[in-house]
Design a protein around this ligand. Sequence first.
Ligand code: FAD
Length: 476
Amino acid sequence: MNYGETSDTGYTHIVVGDGLTAAAFVETCSLSPGDTLLVIGANVSALGRGAAYAREDQETPWRYAYLLNSPADDIDPEFARWIVDNWSDICRRMDGRRPDWLAAAQVLLDKDDTYGLNVPRCFYGDFMEEKIKKVLNTLRDTGVQVSLIAETALSVCEQNNRIAVSTDAGNTYVGDALDIAPGGPQTQRMDGDEGPFSAATLFGNEARIAEHIKAGAEVFCIGSNATMLDALRLSQSVIPEAQLKFVACSSDGVLPAALVPRLPRHVTVPELSRNHATAQSFLKDVKHAMDKARAAGDQMREMRAGFRAFFITHGLAQFLPDQEQAREVPKILGHWFRGGTRDTIGDFHRLMDAGKTRIVAGRVFAVENTDTGARVHARAPDGTETVYDTGFVINCSGAGAGSTYDPLTNFLIAQNIIKICPISRGIEVQSGCATALKNTRYLSPAITVVGDEVMPMPLYDAHFLRTWAKRTNATR
Ligand SMILES: Cc1cc2nc3c(=O)[nH]c(=O)nc-3n(C[C@H](O)[C@H](O)[C@H](O)COP(=O)(O)OP(=O)(O)OC[C@H]3O[C@@H](n4cnc5c(N)ncnc54)[C@H](O)[C@@H]3O)c2cc1C
């Protein structure tokens, strides 16, 4: 159906995207009986999952291998309660799997701390999908016409004072308000990262990578972030740990800190001075607050959750009013508050002691596929070029400075509807996530500037994104 030809159908709200952010927009939009809600996304029947919490339909060893990077109640207390309510089903699905997640969970279960578990991401997707289905049913019950459209939006424009969205199926949908939530940028590419012995991304390439692991190949990950931890989980799921050969390479050769939940729960309450003139002075103050918290016994989970909560209620401008200076902050704080999955970081260290995993320092700039494996070219911290011969390379290096976006975001940037911030290199939108296009908002993990607010920490975080979507709707 071409909704462009039926634009007299009353108030229509369009949401583009099928992930957690699109779901948060749907959850908090205010619609009345007779209005229409259109949600556009390739996997829209599972609205809420998106790329991060996707479900593998067929049974594979790695189906439930990938874990949330923070404890359940740091993501959402409602999700933590859902885990308890669904515990017997979770146990049934996790029983007999490798790595043995249930055994790792036991440490926390013994302390009656189910809320602290790093649960397989797929279960968070189950929770979100279930929650959003209820929201959609309630909207339908109140007389809102809901259409889920399994298409991808390619472009948007103003049309007769309304907004038109064109999709890959050749359809045009016209509405009065539009929310765009297309997710974050893609992994940066590197010379030779896609070949017989290399994969440019982990997700979607698991079956091919698993064959190499099973054949005895050493896995070499470019990057030591959350995707590298997923690659370790994939490896653990397909071969016994005694056979693992796993290398992670990052510029500083340091693993993220494990986010370990402790009881009773406690978060750092930062005390920061106001009105710093420069980013350098503000960052020095943050460093001081972190050192003070550490000296008082706080670990990264307490600091990360505490600073996150603090910055949700205290805008960065209070501490660093100069916008230009503030734009230097998100990348640096993103690095300082880097934390990761308790189970997997613990496994990495345990396996390192057993000689099965290694972390090396260097900045990879090229991969060569040879007849029998891959050769990795990197620059060591002292500037010397090093070469590693390995079995199979997975590019887990994240988006990098020159982020590559989805086609709709590229269109919006090209049309100056949203901008790339030249300093933080993230996406910049107007106040309330508004764009230069009438009644159109944009929210994604890549956003670093919203109007005159600079995000102190990156939004690659479910709790942050849901908070921002709610806040944005409240100001519409
Ligand atoms: C693999 C992975 C693991 C993560 N793990 C965690 C974690 O453990 N904890 C945490 O807090 N955060 C995690 N994150 C961060 C994550 O970015 C956020 O938590 C959140 O899930 C992002 O949701 P989103 O809806 O903005 O984006 P996404 O989850 O990327 O969803 C966006 C969806 O929109 C679709 N889309 C894109 N363009 C269009 C278009 N033009 N038309 C229609 N549909 C479109 C995409 O296909 C995608 O399905 C993870 C992210 C990834 C990628």
